[in-house]
Write a protein of this length. Sequence first.
Length: 323
Amino acid sequence: MPPFDTDPRLLRAFLAVAEELHFTRAAARLFVAQQALSRDIRRLERELGAELFVRTTRQVALTPDGARLLPYARRVLDAHAELAGAFGGPGARPLLVDLNSDGATAARVLAHARELVPECELMARFESGLTWAASEILAGRLDASFGRAAGLAPTVRSGLSAHPVRYEPMALMLPLAHPLAGRETVALADLSGETVYAGAGNERTREWTDLAALLFAQWGIVMAPPVPLAVGVAEFQRVMAKGGHPVLAVVDFPAMPGTVLRPLVDPVPLSPLSLVWRKGLRHPGVDALREAADALARAEGWLERPPGAWLPERDLTLMRDRS
């Protein structure tokens, strides 16, 4: 008999459907597309050589083989969680994860990872900027962060592992009184000659300013001059309001009073977001972050690029190499 080596992910898919008896609800619970969930169930059925569910247009029910598998699946997944806790080593301590800012993509990944490993303590930090966070990770003061890995120096990047999370569409945060604020979207060509803030002078976010410089050079956009480093949301709002310039952001950037966020189009510029951690770090929290990122990416198409989207070739190459 060949060795029995079922992926725990398939058992999680089975357990979700068995408990919900509804593929759509089970897919939502796991943050995956229903098509991907059905594919995992079919794969598990092939591996076991048994039909696990009876599907009709009105209901889903366990077959006798499905009912027989259910207690085994629960025990295997419980044992898997216990094993991670017993031999995860660093899993006994909190994992320090820098999100850059609250409420965006990274925060959603962290929230889902916490659901996957409730026994682990995943502690959020909001320090802003992968350039700074990468140095803290290499120094052992942070464990993981999110950002544009291609913007890091090769010597820094060589000490890190990276996992693609999302191609984030860029947007423009505009003061309400700005002439472009009334539009649903803003075309890049309409920004020619416009002065836009993109973190110039902030040493913590050099990777973001570098990406903006590449975009601005192609469309004749002027980089706003440096401003004092603002720590905290309230200070950032105050400094941005004082300067009066539009701010380059991403579409999920948290809303700020007195501004509107407008997606950039024609073409859609993308900011490549990766999860980054120190090479060699073993922690169940890192595994959960990767699994959570993959689940959300599958469910919401985070790694699908709009036709004709703008992205520097080196960023695209790195994202492909790490996927």
